[in-house]
Design a protein around this ligand. Structure first.
Ligand code: IPD
Ligand code: CA
Ligand code: CA
Length: 266
């Protein structure tokens, strides 16, 4: 891999360290203590342990950096110039059910732009990473988005809605519009891996409403460096960490946007 900024080295080291206990926890899934965090959403002791290790490792090098992380919230709030954006386990539901489709996701943001990021699935041992200007990689191999040109041939991925969603009808009607016009749609349960899979050409595009910034922060730079296109729609300036994402191989981007905006179900 030809990425070697201090930040990417730090992130990969932190991921490798945290993944050791995560792999152990995954192996003992039945003994995990599960507590209800809210409807349709669980937090495990593994989540918290992983997050603690990641924060400790990253803070060793830069105690002054800001951190936005799913479980602990915001650390060093006043530092908005340099921030780590962390999801210790993205795909918790999969993790809890013994499905090896989850990942640690860490993005490094400088002046509000994600400069590098890592998405690591410790079970399949796939590490997606990228640095702005230096390309995107899956383990040691350079990755690129698919070359598919026509949306009718595209394999897409999406996620949600959560049980508590207030816009289920809208989300389902968008799903119907899209699925009537593409080859097929998958739902894999990890937003971070969903984007990473677009970056390496497994999927041609991904869209989803009601995400959080930490779900997809690392994925933004990975997808862009792999030649993809990502943008956000219907942003609410009062809720900057809430995201509705559209992420594609770039060829099918506008067509997918039109399908999502379409009001009438075909
Ligand atoms: C979730 C996953 C899932 C997405 C949810 C996220 P979590 O993150 O990314 O794919 O549909 O919206 O909250 O809770 O597993 O970290
Ligand atoms: Ca997540
Ligand atoms: Ca999570």
């Amino acid at each position: 891999m030809r990425l070697n900024s201090p930040q990417i080295n730090l992130i990969t080291r932190a991921c490798m360290k945290a993944s050791r206990s995560l792999i152990r926890d995954f192996g003992e899934i039945e003994n995990l203590q599960v507590s209800a965090k809210g409807p349709g959403d669980f937090v495990t002791s593994a989540d918290k342990r992983t997050e603690k290790i990641l924060i400790e490792e990253l803070q060793k090098a830069h105690p002054e950096y800001g951190i936005i992380t799913e479980e602990a919230g915001v650390i060093n709030k006043s530092n908005t110039k340099n921030r780590w954006i962390i999801d210790p386990i993205d795909g918790t539901m999969n993790f809890l059910n013994g499905i090896p489709q989850f990942a640690i996701s860490i993005g490094y943001e400088e002046d509000k732009e994600i400069k590098c990021g890592v998405i690591f699935n410790p079970i399949t041992n796939e590490m997606f990473c990228a640095e702005k200007g230096n390309g995107a990689y899956l383990n040691n191999a350079r990755i690129r988005v698919s070359n598919k040109k026509e949306i009718k041939d595209a394999l897409l991925v999406t996620g949600g809605p959560k049980r508590a969603s207030k816009i289920k009808d809208k989300i389902f009607s968008e799903y119907v519009n899209v699925s009537n016009n593409v080859a097929n749609v998958r739902k894999f349960g990890s937003a971070a891996l969903d984007i990473a899979y677009v970056a390496c050409g497994r999927f041609d595009g991904y869209w989803q409403r009601e995400l959080n910034y930490w779900d997809i922060a690392a994925g933004i730079v990975i997808l862009k460096e792999a030649g993809g296109f990502v943008d956000f729609f219907e942003e609410d300036t009062n809720l900057p960490l809430k995201k509705n994402i559209l992420a594609t191989n770039s060829n099918i981007h506008e067509e997918l946007r039109e399908l999502i905006n379409k009001k009438d179900i075909e």
